[in-house]
Design a protein around this ligand. Structure first.
Ligand code: F6R
Length: 593
């Protein structure tokens, strides 16, 4: 969601901030803005639209050594210029950008800011005025910032500039990531490490309830008791090239192609010959529990169904998948000794974090399986496992899905202690994906046949149904075609009424036990006019099938069959001319509930 970049140093702040914002575009946004210090004045440029548009309107001739910028994904107030950040206090002294949501902003407005004028509908504008309010009471800026943030309930990563002291950027962080990086030519602050690459050698990811300020060569951090805190910087080992598209037209296509090497990398990371490298505490935590609760959202939730399958089949532990956003506000019966496993690519998903806090407060252990060792969930959970997928930039998740499934398969095997051929089967799955990638022109041809569809249905049973859920999500989010996944047996209980002449129905058939029954269900839809399409595993394929999936172990079929569906979604979206990497209305990491 929203992105923040700030810079203070000897380079041109405008270039650094705007290119940083461009690197954060993948997070999803609808407006962008920048504040630049020039000659002790603060100049603000902002509007609805892309960073390229901001670059055009911020066509300044001066150079500046301090700037803060923001990409906004609208929550409070529609996407327009007035609601865009930066926001400014009434006396024009304090200018700030904010990621997050202030839950008590209406109350704060009534309590402190009755005499203030507001120009936007945002929760953010109250923070600028709250700082002004406390500064007007005689507090110095650091104290005014501290007093203001101590009043805030909710999440925030904040960058604040004070017109009366333009050699500092004030910073504050709670529940939303904020990273500060140091380099030879200054200090860069951002909501993610990507904008630091190429500028910074070291970085620190701020803890919750930390605030302070940076100058061009110093970082000062304080806790909310105003006590200065010491900290260690970590080395930043990423180059700016790591975040390029390479020879691919889109990040999504690049990330789909990375999947075989991610599987091989996971085998290297987690296997030492036949022994699995997962800490005994994690294994013991699962062995000690009587039920595994898997909590996640979206694609990560669909990956959780395979995790459930592995834990039940291999470890004999009952497992249940929960939608994080539902579990926050419900109280399921928790019996005996549960263990909570959270799957999240970003590790920053607000709904999952809320559930994690809720159940950790009740004393239940948590294992976060994420793609970011520095994320909120990785830091908060009792234990953490890395999925080693590398930064996922395209909004539509691809490689994280298969990496999550692979890590859960390895974890379940470690817990069960069973001798399975997993390592070997993972290598075969990587080869099978490579074969699919070689044949992707066939998938592009199928995409041409369905590109005009208004509705589309994926059908399957069991494991294949869970892949259908992910396949349908992928297609709808980037092609904007209304797509649903149905367990094929459920069709005749109501949903088959939706089948009209020419509606594509895609069956996924990779499991011996359900192959023929899914095919029968597909014939039922065909008899009612549907255009039938079959993606089948080689061992059970028929001459008329549309795409043959190379044979792999049945329990790894999802990480292979899903690639066909990812490519189908990709080609349909490109044929429609959609912005594949940044689909409309979506954000990469969903940091609001
Ligand atoms: C879909 C997609 C989302 C995410 C969901 C959870 O392509 O990316 O459905 O899977 O927002 O995000 P994480 O995994 O970061 O918790």
């Amino acid at each position: 969601m929203c992105g923040i970049v700030g810079y203070i140093g000897s380079k041109d702040a405008k270039d650094t901030v705007l290119s940083g914002l461009q690197q954060l575009e993948y997070r999803g946004y609808d407006s962008a803005g920048i504040a630049l210090v020039h000659d002790h004045e603060i100049k603000i440029y902002k509007d609805q639209g892309r960073v390229d548009h901001l670059r055009e309107i911020c066509n300044v001739s001066f150079s500046s050594n301090l700037g803060i910028g923001h990409t906004r994904w609208a929550t409070h107030g529609i996407p327009n210029k007035l609601n865009s950040h930066p926001h400014i206090s009434n006396n024009e002294r304090f200018v700030l950008v904010h990621n997050g949501v202030i839950e008590n902003y209406k109350k704060l407005k009534l309590t402190y800011l009755n005499d203030y004028k507001f120009y936007s509908e945002t929760d953010t504008e109250i923070i600028a005025n709250l700082i002004e309010y406390f500064s007007n009471q005689g507090k110095d800026t650091r104290d005014a910032v501290l007093t203001a943030i101590s009043e805030l309930e909710g999440s925030y990563a904040l960058l604040v500039i004070d017109k009366k002291d333009t050699n500092k950027i004030y910073i504050a962080k709670n529940k939303t990531p904020l990273i500060v990086g140091t380099g030879e030519s200054g200090i860069t602050i951002a909501s993610d490490v990507i904008p630091l690459a190429g500028h910074c050698k070291n970085y620190i990811s701020l803890e919750d309830k930390t605030f302070g300020y940076v100058t061009s060569d110093e970082i000062h951090l304080f806790n909310y008791f105003n006590k200065e805190i010491s900290f260690d910087m970590k080395q930043l080992d990423i180059s700016s090239n790591a975040f390029g598209k390479g020879d691919y037209d889109h990040f999504m296509l690049k990330e789909i192609h990375e999947q075989p090497s991610i599987i091989r990398h996971l085998v290297q990371e987690y296997f030492d010959k036949e022994k699995i490298n997962i800490s005994t505490e994690i294994i013991q935590c699962i062995k000690n529990c009587t039920k595994i609760n898997l909590v996640a959202c979206g694609t990560s939730m669909y990956a959780s169904y395979m995790a459930k399958y592995y834990f039940e089949k291999l470890c004999n532990i009952p497992s249940e998948v929960f939608v994080a956003s539902e579990l926050v506000y419900s109280s399921p019966l928790i019996l005996d000794k549960p263990c909570f496993i959270y799957l999240s690519q970003s590790g920053e998903t607000a709904d999952s974090i809320a559930v994690m806090k809720k159940f950790m407060d009740k004393g239940f252990p948590s294992i976060a399986i994420t793609n970011s060792v520095n994320s909120t969930m990785a830091n908060l959970a009792t234990y953490h496992l890395n999925i080693f997928a590398g930064k996922e930039i395209a909004v539509a998740s691809t490689k994280a899905y298969i990496a999550q499934i692979v890590v859960c398969a390895i974890l379940a095997k470690a817990v069960s202690g069973q001798k399975t051929n997993l390592k070997n089967n993972l290598s075969k799955a990587a080869l099978a994906i490579e074969k699919i990638l070689e044949d992707k022109i066939l998938i592009k041809n199928i995409a041409k046949e369905i590109v005009k569809a208004n509705d589309l249905f994926y059908i399957g049973r069991g494991i294949d149904y869970w892949v259908c859920l992910e396949a349908a999500l992928k297609l709808k989010e980037i092609s904007y075609i209304h797509t649903e996944a149905f367990s094929s047996g459920e069709l005749k209980h109501g949903s088959i009424a939706l089948i009209d002449q020419g509606v594509p129905v895609i069956a996924i058939c990779t499991q011996e036990g359900t192959n023929s029954i899914v095919r029968s269900n597909l014939i039922e839809t065909k008899s009612r006019g549907a255009k039938d399409i079959v993606f089948a595993m080689e061992s059970m394929s028929e001459a008329s099938d549309d795409f043959i999936i190379p044979n792999v172990a049945h329990y790894l079929a999802p990480i292979v069959s899903v690639v066909v569906c990812q490519l189908l979604a990709y080609y349909v979206a490109t044929l429609k001319g959609n912005d594949v990497d940044k689909p409309k209305n979506l954000a990469k990491s969903v940091t609001v509930e």
